[in-house]
Design a protein around this ligand. Structure first.
Ligand code: NAP
Length: 547
């Protein structure tokens, strides 16, 4: 296993060059593989990354307990058989430091670092219609141009700012899980508050509780969480997966969620099974850990009655774990369907509330008013704290794109175009912004599919598309307004048939005050989606205008 290398300083390796075939923004799983593919095509490319190293999500989210909830043997690149055979994961679900080490290993193994520029945030990308090129500016003062621009900016990469007044008055330390310091933080003897109970909070709370003098958890909405079931990698299991890797990858790319290593997704309706069979099925998936629940019965996320049975199964588990019945009830998610908010995977989260040094504060009933010099003010009660950790999530799927001043044809900004919510064709392009590709963008299955594989899929599609344009003497590609209109209507119609709109979640932008409520990911499944992408490409990029 290689050790993670620090990123080179801004301006490294670029020389005086200002013209490229492609500019790639973001050094997460997507950007890294994009660079590798472009290199393979002999194209010149420059990758910009705001962090001082590669890793994207896994670079920034260094909070205690950060880990993936998809098995490491699946949540890893499939494009190189040698790579997937040689890399050894130490645990079933990889923890953040190991994923970061893996990403750095990939960067070094494929010698990608020389085309990557760290500590550099892209501030603007403007399409020059006369030159048919993207003019890209950075916060380091660079101005470069490229024929193509690939936004590998990630779906959960724009953390929400603190939404309460008084942060500047607070005398203690403030953290955000998505901006965690590189140095370990010691909470021993401290009074700590965690705001939020999503995946990030649920992972860090049990570990912080072990250190802190007292931990207050400020909960607005309880979440469904499944035991992660993490453990050291079983060498026999690893060998068996590695022996069938090609077949496994094929199966993942032909599934809806891209997670199939241990349990196959069910292909039948819950109504075809008896109540006893259903309980057995839920228990099997519960014991398997991770996100296998998404694969239990095809109608789980469309039939509220079926969903409620599983929700009650999960609530029963909480009641079994939490000793104080009042606290248990407060931790039980109610009023929204199981899975319509992203389910979490935890290690001892609910049991943490049995500790004497942990208290749960219901901020749904009595909201937080703000930070004070001493702590958090909730209604009339002031909670004195030494540290406040905001685990309050992200401006998901659109935030990172809209933070950049992107201007397409006619000077129209992406912010203007997406004022009522994002509009894309297949999540890959948005009409009026030629040659600007998005990986795992809104309108694609994105966050509902194994993200490493979803990014690989998009990078492969984009690479093929650029190769096609070059071999057919075409300089530009843009989504057509009609195809985009139809696709957005389809994404919306499919989404409306599911239970997702019945929850307030980041899948619909509900978590960001003022964000338009739009179903962001495509909920029709990866199989239907990839078929559509492949059909378009096979029909000379149907739905796109080539010029
Ligand atoms: P999140 O799921 O959006 O959770 C944010 C939490 O903060 C929610 O409990 C939310 O309550 C609360 N919150 C937000 N704004 C608030 C406010 N102003 N006041 C009080 N509470 C507030 O964010 P996350 O936990 O960072 O996770 C985001 C996504 O990243 C996950 O859903 C998952 O897809 C991914 N992730 C995955 C892993 C993993 O692989 N294990 C780990 C971490 C994250 P409401 O629900 O009421 O809005």
């Amino acid at each position: 296993m290689s050790t993670a290398k620090q990123g080179a300083p801004a301006g490294n390796g670029a020389g005086a060059r200002t013209e490229y075939d492609v500019v790639v923004i973001g050094a997460g799983f997507a950007g890294i593989y994009m660079l590798h593919r472009l290199r393979g095509m002999g194209l010149s490319a420059r990758l910009y990354e705001a962090g001082d190293g590669a890793g994207g999500t896994w670079y920034w989210n260094r909070y205690p307990g950060a880990a993936c909830d998809i098995e490491s043997l699946e949540y890893s690149y499939s494009f190189s058989e040698e790579l997937q055979q040689e890399w050894k994961w130490s645990t079933r679900f990889a923890r953040q430091p190991e994923i970061l080490a893996y990403i750095n290993h990939v960067v070094d193994r494929f010698e990608l670092r020389r085309d990557m520029q760290f500590n550099t945030r892209v501030t603007a990308a403007v399409f020059d219609e006369a030159a048919q090129r993207w003019r890209v500016s950075t916060d380091q003062g660079e101005r470069i141009s490229a024929q193509f621009c690939v936004m590998a900016t990630g779906c959960l990469s724009a953390p929400k700012p603190i939404e309460y007044p008084g942060a500047q008055d607070f005398g203690g330390r403030i953290f955000h899980t998505a901006h965690w310091p590189k140095e370990p933080v010691d909470f021993s003897g401290q009074r700590v508050g965690v705001v939020g109970t999503g995946s990030s909070a649920i992972q860090c709370i049990p570990l912080i509780a072990e250190q802190a003098a007292h931990l207050h958890v400020f909960q607005r909405t309880p979440n469904f969480s499944v035991p992660a079931g993490n453990r050291p990698m079983d060498p026999d299991y690893e060998r068996s997966v590695k022996a069938r890797y090609a077949a496994l990858r094929h199966k993942e790319f032909h599934s809806d969620a891209g997670i199939v290593a241990m349990l196959d997704p069910q292909t039948q309706s819950a109504l075809q099974a008896t109540p006893e069979e259903r309980q057995r099925e839920y228990e099997t998936r519960w014991q398997a850990g991770g996100l296998y629940f998404y694969g239990s019965y095809v109608d789980l996320l469309v039939n509220r009655e079926v969903n409620e049975e599983l929700a009650e199964f999960a609530r029963r588990k909480i009641r079994q774990k939490v000793r104080d019945p009042q606290v248990a009830e407060l931790l039980c998610p109610k009023g929204y369907p199981f899975g319509a908010k992203r389910i979490c995977a935890d290690t001892g989260y609910f049991e943490t509330f049995n500790r004497d040094n942990v208290s749960l504060v219901d901020i749904r009933k009595t909201p937080i008013r703000g930070l004070t010099r001493k702590g958090l003010q909730v209604g009339d009660t002031e909670y004195p704290l030494d540290c406040v950790i905001f685990a309050t999530g992200f401006d998901a799927m659109t935030g990172a794109l809209l933070n950049i001043d992107i201007r397409g044809r006619g000077g129209r900004t992406l912010r203007q175009k997406w004022a009522e919510g994002p509009r894309t064709y297949l999540g890959l392009m948005t009409e009026g912004f030629p040659n600007l590709f998005i990986t795992t963008g809104p309108g694609s299955p994105s966050v509902l599919f194994n993200m490493v594989l979803g990014n690989e899929y998009h990078v492969n599609w984009i690479t093929d598309c650029i190769a096609y344009l070059r071999s057919h003497g075409r300089g530009a590609i843009d989504a057509t307004a009609g195809a985009e209109q139809d696709w957005c209507a389809h994404v919306n119609a499919v989404g409306e048939q599911t239970l997702f709109p019945q929850a307030n979640s980041w899948y619909l932008g509900d978590n960001v005050p003022g964000k338009p409520r739009v179903i962001l990911p495509y909920l029709g499944g990866f199989r239907a989606y990839s078929q559509k992408c492949e059909e378009s490409a096979a029909r000379d990029y149907e739905g796109f205008a080539l010029s």
